[in-house]
Each structure stands twice: as structure tokens, then as C-alpha cells.
Ligand binder design. Sequence first.
Ligand code: SF4
Length: 333
Amino acid sequence: MRRFNKELYIKFYDSCVPVIGANSGVIYDIQRGEIHFFPKILIEKLLETTKKNIKLKSIYNVFTETTPVLEEYIDYLINIELIFLTEYPENFVGLNTEFLQPFLLDVILLEIDILSEEKIKLIQRPDLYGCKELILITREEFQEHLFLDILKYLKGNKIQNIKLITKYSPSIKIENYLKIEPRLREILFYESPYFRKKESATYINNSLEAIMNRRIENIQDFAVNLHAFTESLNHNLFFNRKIYVNNNDKIKHYFSEKNGFEKLKENNLISIINKDSFKELWDISKDQIEICKDCEFRYICPDNRIPIKRKNRNIYFHKTKCNYNPYTTKWKT
Ligand code: SF4
């Protein structure tokens, strides 16, 4: 076993973020997109030493009974490049967690069974709002003529990524649309009689409701990257900078929201989005939500449940249970 100079200081690499949950400690490696699990006490002590710039020997003082185990962990953490030892901790300033997004929207979700004039205007210039991703949804059978119109309206704007979620239809020739519109990167067919994943197309037998309301089910669902991490520190990772426009032109946060806001009308999108009542949801981070605030995945979790505010309190809760329980560290099976 390697011996360590206890006069040195421990530092986490900038891309490695330690997070403590109710019953577990993890380190997000946001550069490699990995999550590493450790005993909570170890992460707590590592965090304390790095925050207060205390020497390595202080951790040894806590783990006097289990020094070989501690040394194994430190050895392992160094080997997999999550931490390093240094004489000069002050030279490492840490991760810049500033979340800078100059534009108003990232993603627009549109139901496209009915195309109003207002919706066509939005499709023609979603980049006016800084939006880079468009998700087109049909509740009914796919209508080819409408979709071809939409692809025509999309020409020349700065949208980078288009996704189509539509009801299964054996007559849809995906290859044709992918040729016409290279930004169309993903097509998801729901209510398909079979499951198949082939290049840009996925066929599943779930309903639209099941797809749109799909809950976090395992650690593959987390977004382990710098953008998600910095965004989730002060915002809701799922809802922030996202809008949903249904077939009746009603503007909502998302598919599952019952009432929504006003209808899309001449130039009213920006004024609706800028309302405090609309933006409130964007800014509810997991640190403000009961149970989630105790979860070690709270800064990488794109959970799509809409939180509800507790009466007269600045805390939110969910009506439904998450599949993960941070107090037992168990997933629902
Ligand atoms: S408890 Fe909250 S933060 Fe943790 S996985 Fe579930 S939804 Fe995400």
C-alpha cells in the first residue's frame, strides 16, 4: 500500500464534484459523465478538508481505527483521478459554477396535429428566442402534408436539433424525411406493435402519456455534465428554459401541466415567459424540494414532476414518489 505524506492537502479535480445525500456520498465526474459512490462519512471529511484547506493528517485523526481502509480509499481516489495531493492548495481555485445563458429558451415542444398561423410563425423563427432544439409531437396519426409543411417553414432558421414524437404508422418512410432535413436527429414512434431501435428511429409500445411522464428510473437517466450541474444549482434542470405549446396554441411549461397560461398570440410569448408566475417553476432547484434536497443526485436529476409549494412556506414537495429513495439509497424494483 502506498504511504501518503500527511502534511499535504487534498484537492478534488475541478471536474469532480463531491455531493452528500441523506445516506450516501457521491462524486460526479462531470468531464467523463460518471458517478462514483463512497461512504458518506468519507465524502463529508474530504469536503471538510478541502473547503477549510486542512492537511491530510486531519482525516487520519478521524479514521484512527480504520487507517488501512482510509488509505485504500485515498489510493483509489487518486488512481481514478478524482482527487490529488498538493503542497499548495491555494493555487487551485475550483470549478467555475456560473451558469451563463444569454438567450430566453433552450427547447420548444410543439404539438403539431393542428397548425395555426401563430404556430407557423413560431416554427419559422424559434431562434428569435435563442432556442436550439425543437421537439414536434403528434397526438393523432401522423399527417405527412403537415410535417412536410413544417420542414419547409423550418428552412433557414438556426435550430440545431429536431426531434419528432409521433404515433406509430407503418406507412411513414423515415429515410425520406432524414434526407430532406438533416437536423431531424430522432424520431420516436409510440404505440408501436413492436420494440425496435434503428439509427435515428425508435419504436416503442408505450402511450404518449407514458413517454412524456416517464420518471427517473435508474442512474442512466441522470445528466452528468457541466451544463446540467451548473444549471441545477439555481434552476430546475428539467423545466428551465423550456416551453410547451399544445394543439390549441396554449402555452404551458410541459405536457403534464393541466391549465397552462395564455394562448400564443401576436408577440406575446416573451411577455408570458417573463411573468414571475411562469418563471417560478424554472427557478425551483432540487435544493428547494422536500426529499430531493436530501438526495445525492440532486444536481444532475432531470426529474419531470411539477413541484407544489407548501402553504406559507418556501419549500416545495411532490405528490408522487420518486423511484429512488435517498434515505435508504434503494431504487424501486
Ligand atoms: S429523489 Fe429527487 S433528486 Fe433524487 S432521484 Fe428522485 S427526483 Fe431526482
